[in-house]
Design a protein around this ligand. Structure first.
Ligand code: GLN
Ligand code: ZN
Length: 756
C-alpha cells in the first residue's frame, strides 16, 4: 500500500514565493534570486514529504503562477501575440500571466477563471484552428532532475491531455478544441519520453474533467489519448487522477488503459462501489481519503472502513493511500500557528499534518497500530462533544425555524408601494455597492491599531471623521441612497467572523488564490452565534449625519460559508442556517435603530453551485432559503438589497427571483447590459441595479456612455424598477477617479429621469 501525494502548496509557509515574485516584478530582485527562492521552496517541500514517509512525492507541482500556464508553456501553446517574447521564457511566462506593457508592446494577459469549484484561479489556454504544439519548456523534466539530484525519486505531475484541452478556449470559430488532440499527443509523448529517459517510473496525469458530463466524442478523446500513451510507454506507470466530484462514468473510466486511478473519496465516497465493480484486475486504485480541500483531521475509523471495503475486492499491492486532491488548497503547517486555542488546534491539520496522517493510516492498516487509532478516536470524540463547538441554544433555534421565518410579510408589489412611500426615492435612484476607496491612509490606521500604536478610541475617531466626510461628499454628489463606506472593515467575511462565535483566525493559513494573491479563510469551527450587534454602531452613526437613507451593509450567509474553512461535522446548509440567523438578528437590530435600507451581499452565491448539475437543486434550495431567513425578519417598509458581482444568471433565474430581495445589484457594464437579458426574459419582477461602470479599472466613464447603458436597460426592464450603481464596491479604486465617475453617474441618472 503506497502513500501517494498529489501535490503540495508552493507559495511558501510564510508566502516567500509571493514576496519574491512581487519583488521581481517590481525590479527589486534579480531573476537569479527569484529562481533560487523557488528552488529552495521545492527542495523544502520534497524533503518534508520524504521525511513524512511519502512514497509517491509529486514534482512539477511547483509553479511561479499557475500549473495550467506551466502546461501551456511546456506544450508550446503560446498565443501569437506573445511571439516576440519567445527568447526570454520567464518574461514570456509572466507576460502571459499578467499582461505586458513595455517597449511599445501592449499585450493582454490570458483570461483567468476559477479552477473547478475552488477559489484557485487558472489561466485559460487559447487555441486557434491551426493551433500547433511543440515541446517548448521542459519544466517537468527539469524539476524531476532537480529532485533526483537531491536523491529523491519523484512522480512528475502533468495535466492530462484531454483536461488540458477542455480547460482552454477556442479563439476562433469552426473547430472544437478536442479536435486538436492528434496534434497535442505527440508533444505529450515527447515529454514522457524525456521523463522516462531520466528515470521517471510513475507519472500523474490529472484529468479532473472525468467528473464532468462525458459525451461520446469526449470519451473517444480519453480513449484515444490513454491508448496512445499506453502503447508508447508500456512500462511507465500512469496514475490517472480525478478529483472534486464523482466520476461521470465509473465503468468507462475504470477501463481506461492506465496503471492506477485516483478517486476523491472525501467529496464523492459514493462512487467507490461502482469503480470497484468495474476495475480491471491489473489496475490500481488511489484512495483519496484525506480531505485536500479542508483542514479537519479525518476520522481514522471511517477511513479504515473504506479501505477494508476495498481490501475485500483487491489486494493490498494495488491500493494507494492519498489525500483527496492536491494539497494546494490548504495552508502549509499548523505547527506555525501560535494563537489558535490548543483545543481547536488538536482538531485541525494543514498540508504537513496531512502527510503524517497518511503515515498513521498506513501503519494502522498494515501494522495494526492501535495507539494512533485510539488517539485519533479520542480526538474525534472530543470534537464531537466539545462545548467550544456545540451550543444547544443555536441548534434549538435552527430546529424551530418555520416556513414563516423565510417569508416577508407581504408580496413584492405591496412592499414596493410601501417602500416608495416611505423612502421617497426618485426614478433611477442612485447608490453604490458599499465600500469606498481603502486609501493608504486607512490601511495605515488599521495597521497602527493592530499594532496597538493607536487606541481603539483614536482609531474610531479617525474612521468617524472619514465616514463623516464621505457622507457629506455623497450628499453633495447627489446620490440617493448613501453608504457609510466600510472603512472599518478589513475584509467582508473576516469582519463578521471576528464578531461571531464559532469562528477562529489563523496567522499563516494562506492559500493561493491566483498568482501571488493569497487568501486566509477563517476557520468556521462551531455553532455560529451573534452575541452583540456587529454593524449597528457604524450604520447609525452614518445615518445620524444625513436625512437621506443610509444603507446597512452585511455579508450574506452563503458568502460567509463559501469563503471560510467550514466545519465538516454537519451539513453545510445547517451551518449556513446558523449564520443566517445571526444575520437576521443583525438586520432586525439595524431596522430597530432606524436603518431603512439594508443590503446583504452574496457575491459567492453562484460559485457555491456544485460541479455536477444533479446536485444543483439541493444547493439552490438551501442557499435561497438561508438568504430568506437572513432577510425576512423585517417590516414591509424596510428595503432589502442584495449584491452579486457577476451576472450569469441564465440557469438560476428562478432561484434569484425566489430570493425575493427588493433590489438586486449586479455586474453588467462590461457586457453592455447584454447580461441583463436573463432578467428581462424572465420578466424579473423586483427592482434591479445593473452596474453602469466597471470598477476594476481606473478609467472614468463618461455621462453619455452611462446614459446609453441605462437606455438599453430601460428597453429590457421597466424604468420604475431600475437603479443606477457601479458594478461592485469601490475599495480598490482611488479617490479622484471615484469622485469623477460617481459624479458622472449621478448626472446620467438625472438625464434619464428627464427623458420623455
Ligand atoms: N459591499 C461590498 C463592497 O462594496 C461588496 C463586495 C463584493 O461584492 N465582493 O466592497
Ligand atoms: Zn461585488
Amino acid at each position: 500500500m503506497l502513500k501517494n501525494n498529489l501535490g503540495y502548496p508552493r507559495i511558501g509557509a510564510k508566502r516567500e514565493l509571493k514576496k519574491a515574485c512581487e519583488h521581481f516584478w517590481a525590479g527589486k530582485i534579480s531573476e537569479k534570486d527569484l529562481l533560487l527562492t523557488a528552488k529552495n521552496l521545492r527542495k523544502l517541500n520534497w524533503l518534508t514529504q520524504q521525511e513524512a514517509g511519502i512514497d509517491l512525492i509529486p514534482s512539477n507541482d511547483f509553479s511561479f503562477y499557475d500549473q495550467v500556464l506551466d502546461m501551456s508553456l511546456m506544450l508550446g501553446a503560446t498565443p501569437e501575440r506573445f511571439a516576440s517574447l519567445a527568447n526570454d521564457p520567464l518574461t514570456l511566462y509572466f507576460a502571459m500571466a499578467r499582461g505586458y506593457q513595455q517597449d511599445g508592446l501592449d499585450l493582454k494577459a490570458l483570461e483567468m477563471t476559477k479552477w473547478f469549484d475552488t477559489n484557485y484561479h487558472y489561466l485559460v489556454p487559447e487555441f486557434t484552428a491551426n493551433q500547433s504544439f511543440e515541446l517548448f519548456s521542459t519544466k517537468a523534466v527539469d524539476e524531476f532532475l532537480e529532485s533526483k539530484a537531491l536523491g529523491i525519486h519523484t512522480k512528475p505531475v502533468l495535466i492530462g491531455p484531454v483536461s488540458y484541452l477542455l480547460l482552454g478556449k477556442e479563439k476562433e470559430e469552426g473547430f472544437h478544441r478536442l479536435d486538436l488532440l492528434d496534434r497535442l499527443l505527440p508533444v505529450y509523448k515527447e515529454l514522457l519520453t524525456r521523463l522516462s529517459e531520466q528515470g521517471a517510473t510513475w507519472v500523474q496525469l490529472d484529468e479532473p474533467y472525468l467528473t464532468a458530463h462525458l459525451d461520446p466524442s469526449t470519451k473517444f478523446a480519453y480513449q484515444k489519448a490513454y491508448k496512445t500513451l499506453r502503447d508508447a510507454f508500456p512500462e511507465l506507470k500512469i496514475l490517472l487522477a480525478s478529483y472534486f466530484a464523482e466520476l461521470d462514468d465509473p465503468e468507462f473510466t475504470a477501463q481506461l488503459p492506465v496503471c492506477a486511478i485516483h478517486l476523491d473519496l472525501v467529496r464523492a465516497p459514493q462512487q467507490l462501489e461502482a469503480v470497484l465493480h468495474h476495475l480491471p484486475k491489473e489496475t490500481s486504485l488511489s484512495l483519496g481519503v484525506i480531505d485536500g480541500r479542508n483542514i479537519w483531521k479525518p476520522d481514522y475509523q471511517k477511513v479504515q472502513a473504506i479501505v477494508n471495503k476495498v481490501l475485500k475486492k483487491i489486494d493490498e499491492q494495488r491500493i494507494l493511500l492519498a489525500p483527496s486532491c492536491s494539497l494546494l488548497h490548504v495552508p502549509y503547517d499548523l505547527d506555525a500557528e501560535e494563537a489558535l486555542s490548543p483545543k481547536l488546534k488538536q482538531w485541525l491539520s494543514f498540508a504537513k499534518q496531512k502527510l503524517h496522517e497518511l503515515n498513521d493510516l498506513h501503519r494502522i492498516l498494515t501494522q495494526n497500530d492501535t495507539t494512533s487509532l485510539q488517539q485519533n478516536q479520542k480526538c474525534i470524540e472530543d470534537r464531537a462533544r466539545s462545548v467550544l463547538i456545540h451550543r444547544s441554544k443555536v441548534k434549538e433555534r435552527v430546529s424551530k425555524l418555520t416556513e414563516k421565518d423565510s417569508q416577508r410579510e407581504s408580496a413584492f408589489d405591496r412592499r414596493q408601494a410601501l417602500q416608495k412611500e416611505a423612502l421617497q426615492l426618485p426614478l433611477f435612484s442612485t447608490t453604490t455597492i458599499g465600500s469606498f476607496p481603502q486609501t493608504p491612509e486607512i490601511r495605515k490606521l488599521r495597521a497602527q491599531f493592530k499594532k496597538q500604536q493607536l487606541s481603539e478610541s483614536q482609531y474610531e475617531e479617525k474612521l468617524q471623521q472619514l465616514t463623516q466626510e464621505l457622507i457629506s461628499w455623497q450628499e453633495e454628489a447627489g446620490l440617493d441612497v448613501l453608504v457609510h463606506g466600510e472603512y472599518e472593515r478589513n475584509d467582508m467575511v473576516e469582519y463578521f467572523g471576528e464578531q461571531l462565535e464559532g469562528f477562529a483566525f489563523t496567522q499563516y493559513g494562506w492559500v493561493q488564490s491566483y498568482g501571488s494573491r493569497c487568501v486566509k479563510p477563517p476557520v468556521l469551527f462551531g455553532d455560529v452565534e451573534r452575541t452583540a450587534p456587529m454593524t449597528v454602531k457604524w450604520s447609525t452613526f452614518a445615518q445620524s449625519l444625513t436625512n437621506k437613507p443610509v444603507k446597512g451593509m452585511l455579508t450574506g450567509p452563503v458568502t460567509i460559508l463559501q469563503w471560510s474553512f467550514v466545519r465538516d461535522d454537519q451539513p453545510r446548509e445547517t451551518t449556513a442556517t446558523q449564520i443566517a440567523l445571526a444575520i437576521r438578528d443583525e438586520v432586525r437590530d439595524l431596522e430597530q435603530a432606524g436603518i431603512r435600507v439594508i443590503q446583504i451581499d452574496e457575491p459567492a452565491f453562484r460559485e457555491g453551485l456544485p460541479l455536477r448539475k444533479e446536485h444543483w437543486r439541493h444547493y439552490l434550495d438551501w442557499a435561497v432559503k438561508v438568504f430568506k431567513v437572513a432577510s425576512s425578519g423585517v417590516e414591509d417598509q424596510t428595503q432589502i438589497h442584495t449584491h452579486m458581482c457577476y451576472s450569469e444568471f441564465n440557469d438560476v433565474m428562478e432561484d434569484i427571483a425566489a430570493m425575493d430581495a427588493d433590489v438586486i445589484t449586479i455586474e453588467t457594464s462590461r457586457s453592455q447590459m447584454e447580461l441583463l437579458d436573463a432578467f428581462s426574459d424572465f420578466h424579473y419582477p423586483n427592482e434591479i441595479g445593473p452596474g453602469v461602470y466597471d470598477i476594476h479599472s481606473p478609467r472614468v466613464p463618461t455621462v453619455e456612455e452611462m446614459v446609453e447603458l441605462l437606455e438599453k436597460a430601460q428597453q429590457k426592464l421597466p424604468a420604475e424598477n431600475l437603479w443606477v450603481n457601479p458594478d461592485c464596491g469601490l475599495k480598490t479604486r482611488k479617490w479622484p477617479e471615484t469622485q469623477q465617475a460617481l459624479t458622472n453617474m449621478v448626472l446620467a441618472a438625472k438625464i434619464m429621469r428627464k427623458a420623455p
